[in-house]
Ligand binder design. Structure first.
Ligand SMILES: O=C(O)CCC(=O)C(=O)O
Ligand SMILES: [Fe+2]
Length: 263
């Protein structure tokens, strides 16, 4: 975990032109660096996003500088992917589904990593939010943060934000839109955001785990019955990417757009 944060930090410390080599307007690009977001809120954040599972398929597109990047981030990615499968096994079992449900699909599934770099914030400039509220696609997100900044809200809390402490050696795990769909609404995806620290810059590494890029995710049949009608249409990660550019002005969780109108 320390090595992963160090690799991320060394990447962001590189001169702007080196990092700009990974800039790409196409959100489907396997590697993408940017210094701004389209939402008009997450202005201070810069990020590097890339796929990671299976590692040997993607690692050749990763940065070669800093020299240890591929080794350090690759080791972290493989361990986190393994952890995601263990956690998903427990979650699936907790839903009363067969523990083997999804195991194969997850092994060949999506691992999408977002390395985020937030500068030190200045409350005087009113610069407090580093990343606007959103939920993640995928089943679960495993997040590592160098210092506090992640905040979460319960759906019924009316916009009360709770900071997630940065405990050394701890990972934060939250649920994504596709787990809400899979569980037919028994679980809900988590709205979260990042705020800027006034005393230090911050790095977070979010690893999103889901079904393969083109695989449609729907409600588990075992969780659909007369008392629990199917609540969501099926969708893939690709469908999510198609939706993203349309979700700029008035943000909606992707999963909201999948709801089947029960009327
Ligand atoms: O920086 C953080 O703590 C949050 C990052 C995040 O939510 C994301 O990359 O999806
Ligand atoms: Fe997120």
């Amino acid at each position: 975990m320390d090595d992963a944060l160090e690799a991320a930090s060394e990447f962001f410390d590189m001169p702007a032109e080196r990092k700009a080599a990974f800039a790409c307007a196409d959100i489907r690009s396997p590697v993408r660096y940017d210094t701004s977001s389209k939402d008009g809120i997450s202005k201070a954040r810069s990020f590097l996003k890339h796929y990671a599972n299976p590692l040997d398929h993607w690692v050749d597109s990763w940065p070669t500088q800093p020299a240890t990047y591929r080794k350090k981030m690759g080791t972290y990615a493989v361990e986190i992917q393994r952890l995601s499968i263990q956690l998903m096994g427990a979650i699936v079992q907790g839903l009363g589904l067969c523990p083997m449900h999804l195991q194969e699909k997850l092994g060949a599934g999506l691992q999408f990593m977002a390395l985020n770099n937030y500068p030190q914030g200045s409350s005087r400039a009113g610069d407090t939010v580093g990343l606007a509220p959103h939920s993640d696609i995928g089943f679960i997100t495993i997040l590592l943060q160098s210092s506090p900044g992640l905040e979460v809200t319960h759906h019924d809390d009316g916009g009360v934000w709770t900071p997630v402490p940065a405990i050394p050696g701890a990972l934060h795990v939250h649920l994504g839109d596709h787990l809400e769909v899979l569980s037919n609404g028994r679980l809900r995806s988590l709205l979260h955001r990042a705020i800027l620290n006034t005393d230090e810059e911050r790095i977070s590494i979010a690893s999103i785990h889901g079904a393969a890029i083109d695989e449609k995710v729907g409600c588990a049949e075992e969780l659909v019955d007369e008392r629990h009608p199917r609540m969501y249409r099926e969708s893939s990660f690709h469908d999510f990417l198609d939706f993203l550019p349309t979700n700029v002005k008035a943000y909606r969780r992707f999963v909201e757009t999948l709801k089947i109108d029960s009327a």
